[in-house]
Design a protein. Structure first.
Length: 280
């Protein structure tokens, strides 16, 4: 039996290796769009499918965002063997009827979009394990699908094996409180930063720690980038993007695909010059 020993430089190299192949694999990834009828609405799905997908990620963009906004991140995940299914929510700047909905009205529709996207993915690639991932408002959706707010919002999806979150919408009064995430028992990775604030919405970046600190213990991970703000997920030029995105790949491979090498990377990970790291 070979013993895995990683020094700090070796750990970084091993982590980044999980995100080193997408440029080679991108040519083998097919991108398409399809439209579903969901509750009388047209919901557009963006599908990125590698030649031989190993798992599926249901992705929910941030408020006002759209799937292609996160292309660099999605390319990393498809390069790691994941098929991406990402709905265009009604609050997107690209949605033709955005003016008809505010963020509150979009809330239940987002969950309906994701449920329909999951059903579509299950038929398009039967038998593959699934994760829920998102940015900001989309992270809240992913956490709900992983068990958050159980008893209040019946939208947990048993097909979700893990939740991957880039930031969060913070503490939403009347909705997100100290016990909102207590029912999340599945693996979670929260990626945020010590500058992750939004004027008028998130005044204190510590609000993003709620899912990590208050969910059920076990397989919970937190990356806090130094000097990192709310838009890391769609800023591949940012200093912490490579480290954070590589860890997202390791997390997905470990918790969705059962990859032992990826699990070892998570187990050996520690804080770096770019970010603080915690696990519980």
């Amino acid at each position: 039996m070979t013993k895995l020993i990683l020094n700090r430089r070796g750990l970084l190299a091993a982590t980044l290796a999980f995100a080193a192949t997408p440029l080679l694999a991108r040519a083998a990834t097919a991108t398409s769009n399809t439209t579903l009828k969901v509750g009388g609405r047209d919901v557009e799905l963006t599908i990125l499918r590698p030649d031989a997908p190993k798992g599926i990620i249901i992705f929910s963009h941030g408020a006002g965002g759209w799937p292609a906004h996160y292309q660099a991140l999605l390319d990393l995940w498809t390069g790691a063997g994941f098929m991406i299914v990402a709905p265009l929510h009604v609050d997107s700047q690209k949605h033709p009827k955005r003016a008809d909905y505010d963020l509150r009205a979009a809330f239940p529709l987002r969950l309906a979009d994701l449920a329909a996207a999951t059903d579509y993915a299950e038929k398009a690639a039967p038998g593959l394990p699934m994760a829920s991932a998102g940015h900001s408002y989309g992270s809240l959706m992913s956490l709900i699908r992983a068990g958050a707010m159980e008893g209040m919002i019946p939208a947990q999806d048993p097909r979700t094996k893990a939740a991957l979150c880039f930031s969060s919408p913070g503490v939403i009064k009347g909705l997100v409180g100290p016990t909102s995430y207590a029912s999340v028992k599945k693996p979670v990775l929260m990626i945020t930063g010590d500058q992750d604030v939004l004027p008028g919405m998130i005044a204190d970046w510590h609000e993003h720690l709620y899912p990590f600190e208050t969910s059920a213990p076990g397989e919970k991970y937190l990356w806090v980038g130094k000097g990192i703000g709310h838009g890391l997920a769609y800023h591949p030029e940012a200093p912490g993007f490579n480290e954070a995105s590589a860890l997202s790949v390791a997390f997905l491979k470990a918790k969705v695909l059962g990859d032992k090498a990826a699990e070892a990377v998570l187990a050996a990970q520690g804080s770096t010059p770019l970010a603080d790291w915690k696990a519980r």
